[in-house]
Ligand binder design. Structure first.
Ligand code: URP
Ligand code: ZN
Ligand code: ZN
Length: 485
């Protein structure tokens, strides 16, 4: 054991995904190097007293969008600097945004471009998921396998959005690569044709206000696509993660699949716990602030999501931070208008509020144990995407990414207190009982409860290992057992 530390966090009530224990944490070289009942006084250059405070692993937000190239004139409000600043102030110390392939272009080009966007800007550590929008033979046979080997071990597939969606044959092809390479496929499950049909009927009737966004993507649209995604993964015999699950009928499909022994993982987000379709109907055009896909549902569906968090249906909670300004011609008021719902950029900000909302309503509200909170927000995403145990836990050798929680003060969320570059928060006015008093990123204080102390470029790129759940397997088995080949 080192006897000199850069920092000691004293009197921590440390919580991991399995235990809570009282300890001092010794940090050197950005890592946790000692966990002891009592470390000697004077053994560190600096001490932080965490007496009376819970200390958790820094959050891993495994689904967020930062500076993602958009179809003009849309533009994301947060780049890597403002997005990671906001994340740090809300207790998140690792983000995994998306390097998105543009149709007709290569996946490698998207990755290189995304590195340029992140380099020198990120204040906390980051990895990349890929988005496969054009699975050509070269992408499937060469680029994707090579990128998985280089540490980009997860990719997202869309079943909707014209510029991103894949058909079922393309999805199967990509899932086969996930199987062979041991990558994690993340699926956005909504039925594109059904959405197009409903959107046409609604707009023909002049129903273009933000609240009709929800009606264009009702629960059956998500239920059908969730079931189809599960079926496609079953055919190839590969695990998948269904991202941003919004309500009961999609949950039913996942429960059914699990009951059959299928390896289906599920993610949900705070918007499906704290927002409802009522928010889409806010006065004037304000409902646009809550336009995201799938849309927020109703109170009964919120309860189903809480139940799924408590009983282990969900593996991770991510923000799906997709930041667009409200009063901006590149944001929700696209082109300076109040556009029909079909043109409102999809997505809401949430990097900074994810952990405080879930700690307050989940842990302090008695809906989740502290261990479940840590698992859902840090340990499981780190495991799922091959970053564990460097990230996502409090252990000797792990990065000293820590959150010291203040649970003694109630705060009302306002956009003014947040650090993103968005001009609103959908969670304005919600009271929370917990907020990070300190966030440490590899032993550096990046948030002290009042001030952001991080630096652009302080974050490092992380190569992901193979997801624990997705070991590489040959083509033998899987689809062969269905076809009898
Ligand atoms: O509305 C959303 N969820 N926007 C972000 C992109 C995505 O599909 O996750
Ligand atoms: Zn999505
Ligand atoms: Zn997303």
């Amino acid at each position: 054991m080192t006897d000199r530390y850069d920092l000691i966090v004293r009197n921590a009530r440390a919580a991991t995904a399995s235990d809570t224990f009282d300890c001092d944490l010794g940090i050197a070289g950005g890592r946790i190097v000692a966990i002891a009942q009592r470390l000697p006084s004077g053994a560190a250059d600096r001490e932080i007293d965490a007496a009376g405070r819970i200390v958790t692993p820094g959050g891993v937000d495994a689904h967020c969008h930062l500076d993602q190239p958009m179809v003009e004139p849309m533009r994301m409000a947060d780049d890597f600097e403002t997005g990671t600043r906001s994340a740090a102030c809300g207790g998140t110390t690792t983000v995994i945004p998306f390097a998105a392939q543009v149709k007709g272009r290569s996946l490698r080009e998207a990755v290189d471009d995304y590195h340029r966007r992140a380099d020198g800007k990120a204040a906390i550590d980051y990895a990349f998921h890929l988005i496969v929008s054009d699975p050509t033979d070269t992408v499937v046979d060469e680029e994707l396998p090579a990128l998985v080997n280089e540490g980009y071990t997860s990719f997202k597939i869309y079943m909707t959005y014209d510029d991103l969606k894949l058909d079922d044959a393309q999805i199967l092809t990509c899932l086969e690569v996930a199987r062979e390479q041991g990558a994690m496929a993340m699926i956005h499950a909504e039925n594109a044709d059904a959405i197009a049909f409903l959107t046409k009927r609604l707009t023909q009737q002049g129903k273009t206000a933000p609240r009709f966004h929800g009606m264009s993507r009702p629960m059956p649209v998500e239920r059908e696509a969730t079931h189809r995604a599960i079926t496609l993964s079953e055919l190839v015999d590969v695990p998948i993660l269904i991202v941003h699950v919004s309500g009961g009928e999609a949950v039913d499909q996942i429960r059914w699949a699990r009951g059959k022994g299928l390896n289906i993982f599920a993610e949900t987000c705070p918007q499906y716990l704290f927002l409802t379709q009522e928010h889409l109907g806010l006065d004037g055009f304000h409902g646009a602030k809550c336009v995201c896909s799938p849309p927020p549902r109703d109170a009964a569906n919120q309860q189903v999501i809480w139940d799924g968090l408590a009983d282990g249906l969900f593996t991770i909670v991510s923000s799906d931070h997709a930041p667009f300004k409200y009063d901006d011609p590149q944001g929700k008021k696209l082109g300076g208008e109040e556009p029909s719902f079909e043109y409102i950029p999809n997505g809401i900000p949430g990097l900074e509020t994810r952990l405080p909302l879930l700690f307050s309503e989940g842990v302090m509200g008695g809906r989740l144990s502290l261990q479940q909170f840590v698992a859902l927000t840090a340990t499981n995403p780190a495991r799922l995407y091959g970053l564990y145990p460097k990230k996502g836990t409090i252990a000797i050798g792990a990065d000293a990414d820590l959150v010291i929680w203040d649970t003694s003060t109630k705060r009302t969320i306002t956009n003014a207190m947040l650090h993103h570059d968005v001009d609103y928060t959908p969670y304005e006015g919600i009271e929370v009982g917990a907020w990070p008093a300190t966030t440490l990123s590899r032993g550096r204080v990046v948030w002290d409860g009042t001030n952001y102390l991080g630096t652009a470029g302080g974050g490092e790129f992380l190569k992901c290992g193979r997801p624990e759940a997705a070991k590489p397997r040959t083509r033998d088995g899987g689809w062969r057992s269905w076809t009898g080949i």
